[in-house]
Design a protein around this ligand. Structure first.
Ligand SMILES: [Zn+2]
Length: 227
């Protein structure tokens, strides 16, 4: 409804100017916020996370509400030759754990099974939410860039094993079981099919420090951990 005395095109023009000004202010604020930690982080040289196996790039700090956010995030494209699809944004502590798991566990197990591991299908990286999607309680490690969900394993021969179909099946069950079982000890928490109803179609690994890791051996119906 146009205000009296002003033609519609004039109002539209004013509105566009105001929107542009607001966007400029937002961009300026972001740039200012970047001036300290972010600029230093983005200008750092050397291998990502100090680990030559990790390929990708440093990205600007992820601001998060409350406890969420990542101060020094990296976008991970590939680790030790294994592609991440889509590339997740993570904290270096998790990226380093993944490098260890891929090199020591996943890659050798897939190679021994006959076709090299070429890629991982990522179902979740950074997201600010509560544990298991609850709106109350503690923040999921996903909200700190310290957790990743892996739904799919892609092999060099072009075949794919999805956690949902492959777990417990002749095609992928045994292999996936070993790959997942051996993740423990590297990650503080390793959840998957069998841990709870939230993890039937993916493996959840997080690098949060725990006094005692939560591993496949610990899975019991009454226990609940954070995904
Ligand atoms: Zn998860």
């Amino acid at each position: 409804m146009p205000r009296p005395g002003k033609a519609a095109p004039e109002i539209a023009g004013e509105l566009a100017e105001r929107i542009a000004a607001a966007l400029d202010a937002g961009a300026a604020q972001q740039a200012a916020a970047l001036s300290t930690v972010g600029r230093l982080w983005l200008s750092e040289a050397g291998p990502l996370c100090g680990d030559a196996r990790i390929e990708g790039e440093r990205v600007a700090p992820v601001p998060g509400e409350g406890e969420c956010g990542i101060d020094r995030p990296v976008r991970v494209d590939r680790i030790a030759g294994v592609a991440f699809d889509p590339p997740p944004v993570l904290d270096c502590r998790l990226a380093t754990g993944l490098a260890q798991w891929i090199t020591a566990t996943a890659t050798p197990l897939f190679a021994a099974d006959g076709a090299a591991l070429a890629g991982l299908g990522i179902a979740g990286g950074y997201v600010c939410r509560g544990v298991n999607y609850s709106e109350e309680g503690r923040i999921s490690e996903h909200g700190r860039g310290m957790a990743i969900d892996i739904a799919r394993f892609e092999r060099a021969d072009g075949s794919t094993i999805a956690v949902l179909d492959g777990w417990g099946s002749e095609g992928g069950g045994d292999l996936l079981g070993r790959v997942h079982g051996d993740a423990c000890g590297i990650f503080g928490t390793a959840l998957g099919p069998g841990s709870d109803a939230f993890h039937q179609d993916h493996f959840h690994y997080d690098a949060a420090e725990r006094r005692r890791g939560y591993c496949p051996d610990d899975y019991a119906p009454e226990e609940e951990e954070g995904g």
